[in-house]
Design a protein around this ligand. Structure first.
Ligand SMILES: *Cc1c(COP(=O)(O)O)cnc(C)c1O
Length: 400
């Protein structure tokens, strides 16, 4: 019953506009609780795009998902401002085909896995209209809502004079349930589910003491609760929220000028390199995005994240399900890097691109059944890392 929690509750209400708040230790814990309560075996959850942990929890409770993006979302080099938009006609068609089988619609702000691409506020309104028409709940994954709001401010003319705070509230008021990872939303450790609907709050409430901790801390330490509170308010500050997207835009444009295939327009979260093009010689069975991430680490010490088939999971029969896109994410979190560090990434990535023929494939040597990208182990399919490093030494010498 600490005062810190009261302050956090107030921050959630001030920033996200929701009265009832359930604290959880991380974003995925919110996904666990929401899936536990609402996803039944055989259910389908329509969404603009999945996130790894969201998918894992929905499938854990016997559900599946339908990803309903417009074709433009999968175009690497595009000028579409809102590649994260939900395909409205497909959404309505799916609901008509699956009466009673859709527990909720999930919208993810700044679609993490397809390059941090935002949806527009108009698109969210259109999704809300469908949700109302068919009386289906709308769940918003708000982990990256600040950045999505920033791009709405920059790209959606109707909101060009709004503040970040106003846009965030306009977004959250359209959703019945809002959940978030505080790692992203407030640069801390924690998360939450919030709503203005008391009945929904009650349906989930008992799972917090079961999985997380008591309702006044949800497994989050008091120190982190204070940090989350500060981080939530900082999300309203355009100078804080614009820093990461500005650096990402710089990096994306710089790489594009050097010919490196990169997701455009620049989104949020990071620059996303298209490994399908960089490693066109590596079949998807040998994980081109994982291989590119490994190669980049060898030549630079930069830790990119594979966002491709390794991040997918096998189907029920144990077959690989190949990702729509094979991306390497070079994440640029809030307030972490300087411009000279970003330029170093540009320099090394460009060298690697020029020597991309030396990159080879990967294979699993240890593959856990769920979330294999976290704990799996892979090895190269040949001695390509040695060849790559030999070329690196030839160009730069041993002193590096
Ligand atoms: C990170 C993330 C999550 C999961 O949050 P954790 O705090 O890592 O458990 C869920 N959704 C999105 C969009 C995310 O980026």
């Amino acid at each position: 019953g600490s005062q810190s929690f009261i302050r956090l509750q107030k921050a959630v209400e001030d920033v996200l506009g929701k009265k009832y708040y359930l604290p959880v230790h991380q974003g995925r814990a919110a996904e666990n609780i929401i899936s536990n309560v609402y996803v039944k075996k055989g259910n389908i959850v329509p969404m603009n795009y999945h996130f790894t942990t969201a998918m894992a929890h929905i499938t854990q409770y016997g559900g599946s998902m339908a990803e309903l993006l417009y074709d433009e979302a999968y175009v690497v080099d595009s000028s579409h401002p809102f590649k994260g938009n939900m395909h409205i006609e497909k959404l309505e068609a799916l609901i008509q085909q699956q009466p009673g089988n859709i527990p909720f619609i999930r919208m993810e702000a700044s679609t993490n896995l397809i390059g941090g691409q935002p949806f527009s506020l108009q698109n969210l309104r259109d999704v809300r209209a469908i949700a109302d028409k068919y009386k289906i709940k709308l769940v918003l994954d708000a982990s990256l809502i600040g950045e999505n709001a920033y791009l709405i401010l920059k790209r959606e003319p109707e909101f060009k004079s709004s503040s970040i705070g106003e846009i965030i509230k306009k977004m959250t008021e359209l959703a019945d349930l809002v959940y978030f990872s505080a790692r992203k939303l407030s640069s801390s450790r924690g998360g939450g589910i919030c709503t203005n609907n008391h009945a929904l709050y009650k349906e989930m409430e008992t799972l917090v003491p079961l999985f997380e901790g008591f309702l006044t801390y949800g497994g989050i330490s008091i120190r982190e609760i204070e940090a989350m509170t500060v981080g939530l308010y900082e999300t309203l500050d355009e100078t804080v929220i614009s820093q990461s997207p500005s650096f990402i835009e710089y990096l994306v444009n710089a790489l594009h000028e050097k010919g490196v295939p990169v997701i455009r327009p620049a989104g949020v979260l990071g620059a996303h390199i298209d490994a399908m093009q960089v490693c066109a010689h590596i079949p998807q069975t040998q994980y081109p995005a994982g291989a590119l991430a490994a190669a980049l680490f060898l030549v630079s010490g930069i830790r990119g994240m594979e966002r491709g088939s390794i991040s997918n999971q096998r189907d029920e029969a144990g077959n690989e399900t190949y990702a729509d896109m094979e991306l390497v994410r070079l994440a640029v979190p809030r307030r972490v890097f300087t411009l000279s560090q970003i330029k170093y990434v540009e320099d090394r990535m460009t060298w690697l691109y020029q020597n991309r023929h030396l990159i080879g494939g990967l294979k699993f040597v240890y593959e856990p059944p769920v979330l294999r990208f976290f704990m799996g182990g892979l090895e190269p399919t040949s001695d390509w890392p040695q060849q790559l490093m030999a070329q690196f030494r030839k160009d730069f010498g041993d002193s590096l």
